[in-house]
Write a protein of this length. Structure first.
Ligand code: BV8
Ligand code: ZN
Length: 245
């Protein structure tokens, strides 16, 4: 059972301004592989070599094979108690924003509604030519490649390495990081920028920084509280403890 400090519990008042940043680790207990985890990723390719515009130019079939593999995993599995606890937290706190680096859509499926998807959504496709967006499966597939009505190739609706994040979403994320009182960094290795800069932006204006991760990360030495463990265990324990207040 997890003991939470009075430092943290005393800050979690109903009108507290709370921001949560999640990474692939919160979906690990949904059996979705993380990026840099020990189990590595599919066919021992490094995501940085597949999740790039150059990789798609070079071999769109291979990139789509990887995304279809991951889309099937997303369909096969489901949000876990960590996602559900964050959806409960959003209902309890008036000023609560969830920022995610994840593309699996599990926060929405778990019931969260105020979500900033920094890196897009794997269950969406976007036409490279006309920008038309569609849900996974609505594309016109020919020889393992999806085509838009305008004839051009669809690409996965995610942000690749070297691509800039959707500016309005990034600006919203920076704004809430700069005005929050408590910032949770959950299940992220804190190495991918500009997302990894958000906790520092929150700390710079005096927010209380909490990290939830089974392992230490480059952020750990700079947080106010490190809750070492799995988010699927710690978050339900935290929401239960708060509801006792
Ligand atoms: C950009 C979508 C420039 C695709 C992804 C400085 C400024 C700006 C850019 C850079 C910069 N320095 C370097 C860059 C380039 C690059 C970058 O950061 N590279 C890194 C690798 C060094 N950044 C970019 O390219 C970004 N774009 O800014 O371009 C630019 C600027 C202006 C104008 C034009 C261009 C774009 C980054 C987005 C890339 N897309 N995903 C897809 O998914 O296919 S990133 C990818 O990594 C995922 O989104 C993932 O979420 C993200 C971060 O990884 P994590 O979520 O942290 O996952 P990871 O596996 O690493 O860690 C899992 C953690 O969970 C671990 O700590 C583990 O211990 C923990 N865990 C495990 N089990 C559990 C758990 N935690 C809790 N509970 C558990 N049970
Ligand atoms: Zn099109």
């Amino acid at each position: 059972m997890h003991n939470f400090s009075s430092n943290l519990l005393s800050r979690l008042k109903p009108d507290a301004r709370i921001v949560v940043l999640t990474g692939a680790g919160i979906s690990a207990e949904s059996s979705l592989a993380t990026f840099r985890g020990p189990d590595g990723w599919w066919k021992s390719y490094r995501p940085e070599e597949l999740a790039t515009p150059a990789a798609f130019e070079r071999d769109p079939q291979l990139v789509w094979e990887w995304y279809n593999f991951r889309r099937n995993k997303v369909r096969e599995h489901a949000p876990n108690p960590g996602h559900l606890a964050l959806a409960q937290m959003e209902k309890r706190f008036r000023h609560f924003t969830l920022i995610t680096q994840n593309v699996d859509g599990y926060h929405h499926r778990a019931g969260s509604r105020t979500i900033l998807e920094l890196h897009g959504n794997i269950m969406k496709s976007r036409c490279r030519q006309c920008g038309q967006e569609c849900e996974a499966g609505a594309e016109n597939w020919r020889e393992q490649l999806p085509y838009c009505k305008c004839g051009a190739l669809y690409r996965p609706g995610v942000v690749w390495f070297g691509e800039s994040l959707p500016l309005p979403i990034l600006q919203d994320a920076c704004r809430v990081a700069e005005t929050c009182e408590i910032f949770f960094s959950i299940g992220t290795s804190s190495v991918v920028y500009p997302a990894a800069a958000l906790p520092a932006q929150a700390a710079a204006q005096g927010a209380y920084i909490v990290e939830i991760n089974p392992e230490e990360t480059p952020l750990t030495s700079r947080v106010d509280e490190f809750l070492q463990g799995k988010s699927g265990e710690i978050l339900p324990a935290l929401i239960n403890r708060i509801q006792q207040e």
